[in-house]
Write a protein that binds this ligand. Sequence first.
Ligand code: NAD
Length: 442
Amino acid sequence: MNIAVIGGTGYVGLTTAVCFASKGNVTFCVGRSKEKIGKIRRGVPIIFEEGLEELLRSVLSKGKLKPTTDLEKAVLNSDVSFICVGTPSRTDGSIDLSQIKEASEKIGHALRKKDDYHVVVVRSTVVPGTTEELVIPALEKNSGKRAGSDFGVCMNPEFLREGQAIKDLLFPKNIGVVIGEIDKKSGNALCELYEAFDAEIMRTGLRTAEVIKYARNSYLAKDISFANEIANICQNCGADYLAVRKGMEMDARIGTGRFLDAGAGFGGSCFPKDVRALVAKAVEVGVEPKLLKATLEVNELQPCRLVELARHTIGKLKGKKIAVLGLAFKPGTDDMREAVSVRVVKSLIDEGAKVWAYDPQALNNAKMILGNRVAYATRAEEALENADACVIVTEWPEFAEGKLYNNMRHKVIIDGRRVLNPSKLSSGFVYHAIGFSGPVRT
Ligand code: NAD
C-alpha cells in the first residue's frame, strides 16, 4: 500500500511514517517545513526517540520513505492518508482544530483530481464529533465528492507513548488498534494495512473511536493524581506511600498498575491537553466533569511540593545552587511540552535560587523555553558540583547511580520520581521523596 502521512515532521507523524515504511509500504512523510523535511531526507531524525534514527536510515536507503512538502503529490500517489497534525490547547483549555481543518481542506483539494479510491484517516487526537462535523465537510467541500461513496474515512487514534514510540507502533499488541469507520469499505482498507502488525483490532464508529482516546488518557491521568493525593496524605501523616501502594496492589481488584507512581505530577503533550479538552467538551455537552477537573487541580499543585521540600530542608533558597536533574517531560524523549521541570525551575528561580539544569536529551528544547535564567550543564556531575540541593524531576535511569551525587556541597536530594534508592548513596545524605513522612538520612 502507498501511504501519505500529513504532519510528518511531528512526533507522531514522523514515527508513524517510518514504521509504516518499515513494513514495506511506500510512505510519503509530508511536512510544511522545508528545513525539517530536508533533514529527514538526509537521515537526521529531528526528534529524539529510541531506535528512530536507525529505522529512518534503513527505510530511506530502501526507498520506502519519501519525505516531501508536496501534500497534493503525496495524496495523489497514495491509497491512504493519515492526518497526524497537532491539536494544541486553546487558552480556555478547549482544543485548537485549525491544523486539522487546514489539512482536511488540502487533502480534499487533492482528492478532486484523484479517480482511485482513497481513505482519509484521522490519527490526531480530536474531540468527539470532529471527524463528522469538521473533517468530512472540509473533505467533501474541497473535493466535490461524497464521503462513504467516493472516498473512505476512518478515525484511528494514536496510542503511542513517547520514549517507546517505535516499539509501540511496531508491536501494538499491548495497546491495540481502534478503527472508527464511516463504512465497512473504509475500515477494511485500514485493517489490510494493519495485517502486517500483530495487534488486536477493534472496529467501531467514528465518535466512539474519538472518545476512546480521551477516555484512556484521562483514566491514566486520574490514576496519577489519585496516587499523588494519597502520597501527599502519607507524607503529612507519617506513612510511606511505597508501602501503602504495595498494600493496595495486593488487592486483585486494584492490581499492579504503573500509573500508581507518585511524584511530581504529569506533563507532556498529551495528558494535560487531553484532560483539559475533555473537560471543555463535557461542559459543552452538558456534563459537569468533576473528576476530570480534580485530576487537573491535583496535578497543578504537585510540582510545588518539590520546591516546598527543598525549602523545608535547606531553608531559604535565595543564592543557593540547586541542581535540577531531568527536564524532558519523561525519560526517552527530548519533548519539553508542558514538562513539570518548567514549573519547578521557574519557582526555584522566583525564590532566588541559582539553578543548574541537566538533561541527557532535552537541553536544546529546554533552552528555548527557559532561556538564560538557568545555567545548563552538559553532564549531571557538572550540575551537581558544589550544589546545595538536587531536585530530580525526570526519571532518566542514569540518575539512579548513587555515586553521581558525591560532589555536592550539601548532600540534600529531593527525588520527584523515586528514581534513586537511598541505600545506594554514601553517608551524609538527606534524601526526600514525595510520599515519605520524613527524610532518609544515610
Ligand atoms: P506535533 O506538534 O509534534 O506535530 C504536528 C506536526 O504537524 C508539526 O510538525 C506541524 O508542522 C505539522 N503540520 C501541521 N499542519 C500540517 C500540514 N497542513 N501539512 C503538513 N504538516 C503539517 O504534534 P504530535 O505530538 O506529533 O501530535 C500530533 C497529534 O497526535 C496530536 O493530536 C496529539 O494529541 C496526538 N498524539 C500525540 C502523541 C504524542 O505522544 N506526542 C501520542 C498520541 C497522540
